[in-house]
Write a protein that binds this ligand. Structure first.
Ligand SMILES: C/C1=C2N=C(/C=C3N=C(/C(C)=C4\N[C@@](C)([C@@H]5N=C1[C@](C)(CCC(=O)O)[C@H]5CC(=O)O)[C@@](C)(CC(=O)O)[C@@H]4CCC(=O)O)[C@@](C)(CC(=O)O)[C@@H]\3CCC(=O)O)C(C)(C)[C@@H]/2CCC(=O)O
Length: 209
């Protein structure tokens, strides 16, 4: 007997979002934040994630406005950059990941840091008013915070800080919310990752669902 299953993509999404809204506790999020958290839960398959999501005041509103105004999206990993649905972007926004630029391995060796962190040095010309999406590398988030300690460093409009893992992830996100060099959003602790981060970007780029 062939297996029977839902084959309509729109129906699958609708049922998923209905399930999430029925099961997750989303009351503390405002209208700009709630669809972002729903999509992050959807990407992770994890109701309960909402407990660890923190937005600084107005972050989602600022990030949406930046995207509408044409802000580039700066990504730490290609997994993040590739996941962004181009047709959702409101202003044909540039999506930039410098991780594989030819000079990055040599820069990393010189800096004594990871390639993920070194690649951010190449963001400087694009950083002013950008939406930053860090979904993989804790060292990238730490390095960005160190860059932004210099008042002469251009300021992004907003930062999605969701690096994942066991070494530096929780600490880099706590440091982001403490420094708060611009509006920011995180998932506290070890949780994070490219899929969750992409989901946040895609939700910020779209109308409410
Ligand atoms: C220590 C690193 C961690 N990577 C994690 C998880 C995942 N990384 C994947 C892949 C394919 C990539 N990770 C790199 C970014 C690579 N990962 C690292 C680094 C060694 C250091 C980063 C850091 O600690 O901040 C980093 C290399 C570097 O020098 O910067 C990647 C560039 C490695 C490579 O392929 O060259 C690559 C990124 C590819 C891209 O551009 O998209 C995984 C898919 C794991 C795998 O391949 O098995 C996975 C994806 C997770 C996600 O959702 O994004 C951690 C867990 C973040 C870990 C850091 C913390 C820890 O606890 O270990």
């Amino acid at each position: 007997m062939p297996h029977e299953y839902e084959t309509n993509g729109a129906a699958i999404y609708e049922e998923s979002f209905r399930t999430i809204r029925a099961e997750a506790d989303l009351n503390r999020f405002d209208v700009d934040e709630e669809p972002v958290v729903v999509r992050m839960i959807h990407a992770a398959g994890l109701v309960g994630l909402e407990r660890d999501v923190a937005f600084s005041d107005g972050m989602a509103t600022v990030a949406r406005a930046a995207l509408k105004g044409g802000a580039p999206i700066l990504c730490d990993a290609f997994m993040v950059a590739e996941g962004i649905t181009r047709k959702r972007l409101p202003a044909d926004n540039a999506v930039i990941c410098t991780l594989r630029d030819a000079e990055v391995p040599e820069m990393a060796a010189r800096m004594g840091n990871t390639r993920s962190a070194a690649a951010l040095e190449l963001w400087r010309p694009h950083l002013e008013g950008a939406l930053v999406a860090i979904g993989n590398a804790p060292t990238a988030l730490f390095h960005l915070l160190n860059m932004l300690e210099d008042p002469a460093c251009p300021r992004p409009a907003a930062i999605i800080g969701c690096p994942v893992g066991f070494v530096g992830a929780a600490e880099s996100k706590d440091a982001l919310m403490q420094d708060l060099p611009c509006p920011a959003m995180i998932v506290r602790g070890r949780l994070g990752g490219s899929a969750i981060t992409v989901a946040a970007v895609n939700a910020l780029a779209s109308r409410a669902e």
